[in-house]
Design a protein. Structure first.
Length: 375
């Protein structure tokens, strides 16, 4: 910086931005499908993370390097691309696995942005320029109109779900207590699922019965017939008043796990979906924020630094590992190909577990450390 080009307010803003990156939160992360990963790197897995600073970070995880002991090279992997996707926090990210036109979809405080994956990866590995930009397609969930004609603000997008067995649809859950089915081709909502009394935390799709499943702050799990938009069953995982934060369905669509909290404590519950029977309820000391199936086990993270692994048949805890990077987790994601686990939460680091319970290395969610930074 030269004296004649110095601008004090711009410099202050850059310092504020750097500070926001340092104390940022990673809300969600996904491993993208193999065919889409190969467009970026032929022998690697690709992870996309959503953060509180409005950035989407893209990471290349080369399996050969990950399994070798090279702590100086892979201890803190930086993003190959950081895209400033929203002006507000990004709570959820999803990937549409279309072979011809794969899409990255992100949800924030008030909007859904759709990005073309092929356009994003074109910027990786090319020189940085000030003119770099990507323009998304923007969607908004319907706004609520009051009895007197007033229009309420847009609500936040808390979760999204996409299935290869219903490739033209995206399901969205947010702060207006309603779940929506979005037609990706028509770019508009075509169905809505109403009945919860509080905002929605999570959403999932059971393909065998074509049922949509929602988790709500009102303490219930809603099971909806996708075609009729009507509730099939409303489940109450906990007898006390609490909230349901997270859902996970096993690959067979026969077992549903949900987790949440009551007061200062938490729980997770396992349901047999065809019969709607609860087969196990496990109280825990902390709120459960995310759960995932890993083969015959269940992973859970929550309002502490632990990743817990549970045996599903016996419902006993197999292992518990503590992350040195955080005091609270927001997500737990399993790569279906390599069984690699990604966890993150209240800091700008993402822990990668090559073996359940063992943190192999961490990723840094800081746009200033990215190889390409797109504003």
């Amino acid at each position: 910086m030269t004296p004649w080009s110095y601008h004090e307010e711009s410099y202050r803003e850059s310092l504020r931005q750097r500070r926001r990156e340092e104390i940022g939160i990673v809300y969600d992360a996904i491993f993208i499908p193999v065919h889409a990963s190969k467009l970026l790197s032929p022998d690697a897995r690709v992870l996309i993370a959503a953060t509180s600073t409005g950035y989407l970070h893209v990471y290349i995880l080369k399996l050969s390097e990950c399994w070798e002991e090279r702590p100086s090279e892979v201890h803190h992997l930086d993003p190959v691309l950081s895209l400033h996707a929203h002006q507000s926090r990004i709570y959820t990210v999803s990937f549409i696995s279309d072979c011809e036109n794969p899409l990255v979809i992100s949800g924030s405080d008030h909007e859904i942005c759709v990005w073309k994956w092929r356009d994003m990866i074109k910027l990786v590995g090319t020189p940085q320029t000030d003119s770099d930009t990507l323009l998304p397609t923007t969607w908004h969930i319907p706004r609520t109109t009051t009895e007197r004609g007033g229009v309420l603000p847009y609500y936040e997008i808390n979760a999204m779900e996409w299935s290869t067995l219903a490739p033209d649809s995206l399901w969205v859950a947010g702060g207006d207590t309603i779940a929506y089915e979005w037609d990706i081709t028509a770019e508009k909502p075509v169905r809505s699922y109403q009945g919860h009394e509080a905002y929605l935390h999570d959403i999932s799709y059971a393909h065998n019965a074509e049922q949509l499943i929602t988790a709500s702050e009102d303490g219930t799990v809603g099971i909806w017939d996708r075609r009729s938009e009507k509730p099939v069953r409303i489940l109450s995982p906990n007898y006390e008043k609490g909230f349901v934060r997270t859902l996970a369905i096993d690959p067979s669509s026969r077992w549903l796990a949900c987790g949440g909290g009551v007061g200062d404590c938490g729980f997770w519950t396992l349901w047999h979906l065809p019969s709607f029977l609860s087969v196990h309820h496990e109280p825990v000391d902390q709120h459960v924020h995310a759960i995932s199936f890993l083969e015959d086990t269940l992973l859970s993270v929550g309002n502490d630094a632990c990743l817990r692994r549970w045996n599903v048949p016996s419902s006993s805890m197999i292992s518990s590992s503590i992350s040195p990077n955080r005091f609270c987790h927001q997500f737990c994601t399993v790569d279906p190909v390599t069984k690699m686990i990604a966890t993150g939460g209240d800091c700008n680091m993402i822990d990668i577990h090559l073996i359940p319970g063992v943190i192999s290395f961490s990723l840094c969610a800081d746009s200033f450390r990215a190889k390409r930074r797109i504003n």
